[in-house]
Design a protein around this ligand. Structure first.
Ligand code: SF4
Length: 168
């Protein structure tokens, strides 16, 4: 299976906890004013890469703590990112995903949008919601604006309420 990406960063310390491999999804419909990655919006842009190639690169770096899906919008390619998340989790890595959708929207539509349920269930931490320019802050860790939350998906599903991840 292939995924369409805008790019890949093989080591990052700004896209989630620890040292992370970051896959930037190509394609996004949210059109957030002030988006930092407008080149990722087109669904024809970027390039296709085999998930097996990504997995080989991840396996080749013993320094990694986790893998982050950024955007673009990973949930527009939820089947492919779900497959990638499954293989990443099988290797024992933490998965963090960004999305312009809210967690509530993903929950409401997870049974009708292909791959959403699987990708959501394999995500450890979800950074949700559109980037809102009026709520932008440079002080926020791993987020661009105050409306975005870092949600602990496992705990949220167990407790049936939104549990936010406390960033130190
Ligand atoms: S969701 Fe992300 S990539 Fe998409 S428009 Fe908003 S900030 Fe840009």
């Amino acid at each position: 299976m292939q995924v369409r990406v805008a790019g890949i960063v093989k080591e990052s310390i700004v896209d989630g906890p620890g040292i992370r491999y970051v896959v930037f999804a190509q394609g996004c419909r949210h059109n957030c004013p002030g988006c930092h990655n407008p080149e990722t919006h087109s669904f024809q842009g970027g390039y296709l890469i085999d998930i097996s190639t990504i997995i080989q690169q991840i396996k080749g770096n013993p320094l990694l703590d986790g893998v982050t899906f950024s955007g673009g919008e990973p949930f527009e390619q939820a089947l492919a990112f779900g497959e990638l998340a499954e293989q990443v989790k099988n290797l024992g890595y933490h998965v963090m995903s960004y999305t312009g959708y809210t967690y509530e929207h993903l929950l409401k539509n997870k049974d009708t949008r292909k791959g959403w349920a699987k990708l959501l269930s394999l995500t450890d931490h979800l950074v949700d919601g559109k980037f809102e320019l009026a709520k932008k802050s440079m002080r926020l860790k791993f987020r661009g604006s105050h409306n975005q939350r870092i949600i602990d998906i496992g705990q949220s599903m167990i407790l049936k309420k939104i549990v936010q991840y406390e960033v130190l």
